[in-house]
Write a protein that binds this ligand. Structure first.
Ligand code: CAA
Length: 391
């Protein structure tokens, strides 16, 4: 049975900070951010956008009435969930009006969560042919103002509808995962900003890729020359390149050129949004497919490297389906990115430091000047989050 991504979309809040402006304000050479790290703009969510609203906003445009009646599994991968008990998937199930006899769960393993969800969905469809699964990745990346990780923050969500006979990408069966308990990046329950050992996290990412790639190529007999493109988890646009370049050293000039030019296409959205944690790998796939001008075709093999600090990694592969390009939402993605609000430094720092109310009672929330999204967090009443739909 052929199973994979039938439809996909992403959402990012419509407020961002320009990173040249931020670098100048922090007294840092802007080239460090734009060239050294490779980032241009960074999404900054208002308090009215959270993991639930972003996930629902990503999924809404791709689901029709038939899908809503056939989705039996909703998995949300996130490391910035909004409740230690109730899953964001249960909220999203209600916001999207999915039929009642579905299961909804949240999965956590840093930026790897959505890949666990994708693999779970693939297995689910194998045993439930004809049914569908919704996999959502939704996160807000926060390190803190004026920290070395500040430039690698971001926010957004990806939604993928997984089914039999998919119209975008068929997933192949062999994949290789790896786990090693390390402290490269983590976030204890009592803090809303991540703790990171930056240099070590870069090294861990590169080591995971090279170790898993060696095993994957052994098990599949694939070499990099078999791939038309390789997509990476991108905490910032330069990170995947640090892993890919050493692996390409012994490949022909043609293979190096092909994989590097496709790598560049896969980084466009990340450069303009920042790290969206577990959705980032799938954002890089959409960036590649939306930006490509006829160099990719159906049947082409695409590799994927998923990495979640702490750490779990996985390499897997998929093939583009005939007419896949007819099912992309390129124009909607461009419109979303082109119609965002460019925050001043003062607005950015005010929005960043705002906190949700933590006391009893009713607390209406409004950020109407900035947040124009369809679903938004409208109030917290007696510690319950309530969401509204903008008409
Ligand atoms: N002009 C051009 N380039 C410049 C420059 C300038 N003026 N100044 C510095 N640079 C270059 C540096 O040479 C360096 O390039 P290389 O990486 O190619 O060596 C790059 O800019 C970054 O400079 P530094 O290493 O000095 O930057 P830093 O110490 O401030 O930290 C960082 C960078 C480690 C990425 C930091 O932002 C961070 O900790 N980010 C969060 C952690 C992270 O994203 N880790 C990635 C792997 S972990 C993961 O993938 C999971 C996840 O999502 C978090």
């Amino acid at each position: 049975m052929l199973i994979g991504i039938d439809k996909m979309n992403f959402f990012t809040p419509n407020t961002y900070i320009d990173l040249v402006k931020l670098a100048e304000h922090r007294g840092i050479d802007p080239n460090k951010f734009t060239v050294g790290i490779g980032q241009s703009k960074m999404a900054v969510p208002t308090i009215t956008q959270d993991t639930v609203s972003m996930g629902a906003n990503a999924a809404l445009p791709i689901l029709d009435a038939t899908d809503l009646g056939k989705i039996d599994l909703i998995v949300v991968g996130t490391e910035t969930g909004i409740d230690e008990s109730k899953s964001s998937a249960a909220f999203i199930h209600q916001l999207l009006n999915i039929h009642p006899f579905a299961k909804s769960v949240e999965v956590k393993q840093a930026c790897y969560g959505a890949t666990a969800g994708l693999m779970m969905a693939k297995d689910f469809i194998t045993t439930h042919p004809g049914r569908k699964a919704l996999v959502i990745a939704s996160d807000i990346s926060r390190y803190g103002l004026a920290t070395s990780g500040e430039v690698t923050q971001g926010a957004g969500a990806v939604a993928m509808l997984i089914s039999e006979n998919p119209r975008i990408l068929e997933l192949e069966d062999v994949s290789v995962s790896m786990t090693e308990s390390i402290f490269d990046f983590w976030r204890p329950n009592y803090t809303d900003t991540a703790i990171v050992n930056g240099k070590f996290s870069n090294e861990a990412y590169v080591n995971f890729f090279s170790t898993i790639w060696e095993e994957f190529s052994k098990r599949t007999s694939y070499s990099l020359a078999d791939f038309n493109a390789f997509c990476f988890h991108l905490p910032y646009s330069k990170m995947g390149k640090k892993a890919l370049l050493p692996a390409l050293e012994n490949e022909s000039e043609d293979v190096q050129k092909r994989l590097m030019s496709h790598y560049d296409l896969s980084t466009t959205y990340t450069k303009n949004i920042g790290n969206i944690y577990t959705g980032s790998l799938y954002l890089s796939l959409m960036s590649l497919l939306d930006s490509d001008e006829n160099s990719l075709k159906s049947g082409d093999l695409i590799g994927f490297f998923s990495y979640g600090s702490g750490a779990v990694g996985e390499i897997f592969s998929g093939r583009l389906v005939e007419d896949y390009d007819k099912h992309l939402l390129k124009e909607a993605h461009q419109d979303m990115l082109n119609n965002r609000y460019d925050l001043s430094i003062e607005e950015y720092e005010t929005i960043f430091t705002k906190e949700l109310p933590k006391t009893d009672g009713t607390h209406p929330l409004s950020e109407a000047k900035y947040d124009k999204s369809h679903f938004y967090l409208s109030s917290i009443t007696d510690h319950q989050r309530h969401y509204n739909e903008r008409q």
